[in-house]
Design a protein around this ligand. Structure first.
Ligand SMILES: [Zn+2]
Ligand SMILES: [Zn+2]
Ligand SMILES: [Zn+2]
Ligand SMILES: [Zn+2]
Length: 571
């Protein structure tokens, strides 16, 4: 049986540390006579892990290596290697094992190379049980293992410091699978140089191919990404359009309750109100704050001053188209301080050439944020001495005579002296749904033959349709103007008209705020009369009523306004 190492060798042989030990190898450092009592009865080599065979069938006791015995029994149907019988009896012999383990040997790899030239030392005072590394006086080039030591310490030598221990070629990662030890290495590197370089080339080629493939995959992915991105953009646009449509539908659908109500006149006011609230609660109404977030984020395509009107700057005066509907489908938001919204009546403002201010606004939302901001058509009604309720002119020159105040919702005020102008008459009707008028001018008076003091202009008209939410922290006003004065005093103009329709009823929280159509010169005897206010579609609390002057005509049902109602223009 040849010597085998169970460690992978340079030539892919294995060295077994379980088989019995090669006799010739062990004899290199031990006298053969001394070894006779350790010889394995099966393989005739030095018994490894010795056992004693003491079957009853034969008187003599035999020493056998444990692996040899087990292999024999396995291969011979459990029959004894000495005599052909079953039921072998054996046990380990500790003293033989100890003796064998203590035997001195040289490195089995060195023995296998057949190049052992070391001196066999009979006296080795430095020798320990763990073995001893010889300082090889010859062969210092590293191709020789000069190890001498006990069999017991062989394993740690072969796995540890053995100079002949095999290792992988450095080019293994490129595909060279040769095992080397130090004696082979230089020769291998020289002889395999070309093969090694070829392997490296091949590896580089493979890497380059991989790289090309990855680059292509990367390009493909990039193309896919670009495609997906444009898909996302397209879908986002679609989504925005849909959002805009939804808002539009919401607004359109809110007109319906009004029609339903018109057909069911027999219902009580309370019942109608409940029905309206039911319908409203099913709709997705938006507050003013919601709308501002929506118009800037969700619907970036919406345009300020076109789709909606949002003024954040302070002290801006905005003139909207006069005498025609100004539609802001996505709301009006006066967020700055001192922002004034009015009707564009041109510059004409005299007795013969003037334009009455009639501001018509239809919007989803109206939010007036600051108390100094307003929708204001004050003084855009009839000028001095004009209008259906014009104030009377003073008949006396000088002498403190005053012109009469214009009338509209109430009669204009007048002085008590002879020669004071008379107060103007009441006209129009309270619902503002059949007729709607501007306030009338106050009457003039004369300080002397040359100096005339004109009466104040009447208030204009605001007609406001709010589809969802009204928040008024500022003012809605169409007041009459004060007359010119010094020692005499022109009459005050009468207030104009404000008509408000809230189509969402009380589904959202509204703030009515300050609403006035009062006459000019209001603390004087020749003050202008009140204008008219009418509010539809919402409950108004007593607290809110205090800030509305004059007291409005008020109806929770939305009046179906006549299509042809127009500003009644008296000259
Ligand atoms: Zn054996
Ligand atoms: Zn036997
Ligand atoms: Zn060795
Ligand atoms: Zn190699």
């Amino acid at each position: 049986m040849s010597l085998n190492l169970n460690v992978e060798d340079a030539n892919n042989n294995s060295i077994s540390l379980e088989d019995c030990y090669n006799n010739a190898w062990v004899c290199l450092l031990n006298k053969p006579q001394k070894l006779q009592k350790y010889v394995c009865a099966v393989c005739k080599q030095i018994a490894n892990n010795a056992v004693e065979l003491h079957c009853g069938q034969h008187a003599e006791v035999y020493i056998i290596g444990e692996k040899c015995l087990k292999n024999h029994l396995k291969n011979n149907k459990e029959k004894c290697p000495i005599e052909n019988h079953q039921g072998c009896k054996y046990s380990e012999v500790r003293f033989v094992r100890q003796d064998v383990n203590a035997l001195q040997v040289i490195c089995p790899r060195q023995y296998k190379l057949g190049q052992y030239k070391g001196k066999i030392q009979t006296h080795r005072p430095k020798m320990t049980d763990e073995g001893m590394e010889e300082d090889g006086s010859e062969e210092k080039n590293g191709n020789v293992c000069n190890y001498q030591g006990t069999i017991k310490s062989l394993y740690s030598h072969l796995e540890g410091n053995c100079k002949l221990k095999p290792f992988h070629c450095e080019f293994k990662k490129f595909g060279c699978n040769t095992m080397l030890n130090q004696s082979h290495r230089d020769k291998h590197m020289l002889s395999e140089m070309k093969e090694h370089l070829d392997l490296v080339d091949k590896h580089i080629n493979e890497l380059q191919n991989d790289l090309t493939k990855l680059r292509k995959e990367n390009n493909d992915l990039h193309l896919q990404l670009t495609k997906k991105q444009s898909e996302v953009e397209g879908l986002t646009e679609e989504k925005n359009e849909l959002n805009a449509q939804i808002l539009q539908y919401q607004q359109q659908s809110q007109v319906k309750p009004q029609l339903i109500v018109e057909k069911k006149e027999e219902k009580t006011e309370e019942k109608v109100l409940r029905d309206m609230a039911d319908i409203d609660s099913k709709q997705l109404l938006k507050s003013c704050q919601d709308m501002i977030a929506l118009s800037s984020l969700v619907i970036p395509a919406l345009q300020n001053t076109v789709d909606y009107l949002l003024i954040s700057e302070d002290k801006r005066k905005i003139k909207l188209k006069n005498n025609q509907w100004n539609n802001f489908r996505f709301g009006i938001y006066l967020l700055g301080e001192g922002v004034i919204l009015t009707a564009d009546c041109g510059k004409s403002n005299n007795a013969t050439e003037f334009e009455l201010g009639y501001l018509m606004i239809k919007t989803s939302h109206l939010w007036i944020k600051h108390k100094k901001s307003a929708i204001d058509c004050s003084g855009l009604g009839y000028p001095s001495d004009l209008g259906p309720g014009k104030g009377g002119q003073a008949t006396t020159i000088g002498n403190g005579s005053v012109g009469g105040g214009g009338g509209y919702g109430t009669k204009g005020g007048e002085g008590t002296e002879n020669g004071d102008g008379k107060g103007g008459d009441v006209y129009g009707e309270e619902t503002l749904s059949k007729q709607i008028f501007c306030g009338s001018g106050g009457g003039t008076c004369r300080e002397d033959e040359h100096i005339i003091h004109r009466g104040g202009r009447g208030g204009g008209v605001i007609e406001l349709v709010v589809e969802q939410q009204l928040i008024n922290h500022g003012k809605l006003q169409c007041n009459g103007k004060r007359g010119e004065d010094s020692s005499t005093f022109g009459g005050g103009g009468s207030g104009g008209s404000i008509l408000i329709k809230l189509q969402s009823h009380n589904a959202l929280q509204h703030t009515m705020g300050n609403i006035t159509c009062t006459g000019g010169n209001h603390s004087n005897e020749n003050k202008g009369g009140d204008g008219r206010v009418a509010i539809y579609g919402i409950k108004i609390t007593a607290e809110e009523m205090k800030n509305i002057n004059p007291k409005p005509f008020h109806q929770i049902r939305l009046k179906h306004s006549k299509k042809n109602k127009k500003l009644n223009h008296f000259k």
